[in-house]
Design a protein around this ligand. Structure first.
Ligand code: PMV
Length: 290
């Protein structure tokens, strides 16, 4: 029996644009998913297509038990965390000796097949290695995270489908490339500006607000997301934006230590769930078997 855990993530900047080879910045966060894998003679068919694909790719038979502190289908990378933790636990249980980089690559393949071939490597890379990362095409650059970078996440409790929202943006690009492509280019410019301003929370906040508006323009907004974003800004956040696929799911805000609880309270006041959290620098890790 082998138990591994992997962290969730927030997309700080660049979601959707990253699917078209533009840069995206993501950060691993504290809530984790734990997965226990046990070698068995008979394969128990898992309910999750992600877990089923992990067993198929690694060509082994076993049972699996998942515990998650991460809400699913909310944009916090729970499917990537499940995939990374499952692959790591299979790797350990069956002594396959894959490296961390190989696990990250395999996890990306699993997401691609579960999401109709459209998934950037961001979620799976960040969940495997932890920390803060810039992803662009095949390039992954680990960024030096700023000191005391804590964020407030607001979960709309409206579930979304990542592949549907990706399809929406693809459709807009097909129908109106003259509108969609400049929006994606602007998101890319914001992401690069953010990379050089990670220590300047006020500037980051302005860039987040711009990125949020551009995601709305791409058609992946949601009234509850906008409500939470506005509530967080009114409560004193430097900036707030959607994180992940949009059309529901989560937003995040950055704010000073003194306004953190106020911002979380404003989010909860909108009948949403707030999580105050910070960066996870460990990535996938082996846990004690229970
Ligand atoms: O909501 P999530 O965690 O599935 O994030 C999706 C982010 C996208 O850029 C829309 C897709 C991707 O694979 O990067």
């Amino acid at each position: 029996m082998a138990t591994w855990s992997a962290p969730g993530k927030v997309f700080l900047f660049g979601e959707h644009a990253v699917v078209y080879g533009k840069p995206g910045i993501a950060m691993a966060i504290k809530p984790r998913v734990m997965v226990t894998v046990r070698e068995t003679r008979y394969h128990q068919k898992p309910n999750s297509p992600y877990i089923a694909e992990c067993f198929r790719l690694m060509d082994v038979k076993g049972s699996v038990y998942v515990r998650s502190q991460l809400p699913s289908s909310s944009g916090l990378g729970s499917s990537a965390a499940v995939t990374v933790a499952t692959l790591s636990a299979i790797n350990d249980e069956f002594g396959l000796e894959k490296t961390r980089a190989e696990i990250a690559n395999l996890a990306h393949q699993v997401e691609m097949s579960a999401q109709n071939g459209r998934a950037s490597a961001t979620d799976t890379y960040v969940s495997t290695f932890g920390g803060m990362v810039l992803v662009r095409d095949n390039e992954k650059r680990r960024l030096l995270p700023p000191q005391n970078f804590s964020i407030v996440i607001g979960n709309t409790l409206v579930s979304h489908s990542t592949s549907e929202t990706i399809g929406k943006v693809a459709e807009l690009r097909k129908q109106s490339p003259d509108i969609a492509n400049p929006i994606l280019d602007s998101i890319a410019a914001i992401t690069m500006r953010a990379m050089y301003n990670l220590d300047n929370q006020k500037e980051l906040g302005n860039l987040m607000n711009m990125n949020h508006a551009l995601l709305d323009a791409l058609g992946v907004g949601h009234p509850v997301l906008s409500k939470l974003v506005l509530a967080a800004r009114s409560a004193g956040a430097h900036g707030a934006k959607t994180t992940g696929a949009g059309s529901g799911g989560c937003m995040y805000a950055i704010c000073s230590k003194s306004s953190r609880n106020r911002v979380a309270g404003a989010i909860e006041g909108c009948d949403a769930r707030a999580i105050i959290t910070t960066i996870d620098i460990e990535g996938a890790r082996k846990e004690k078997d229970e």
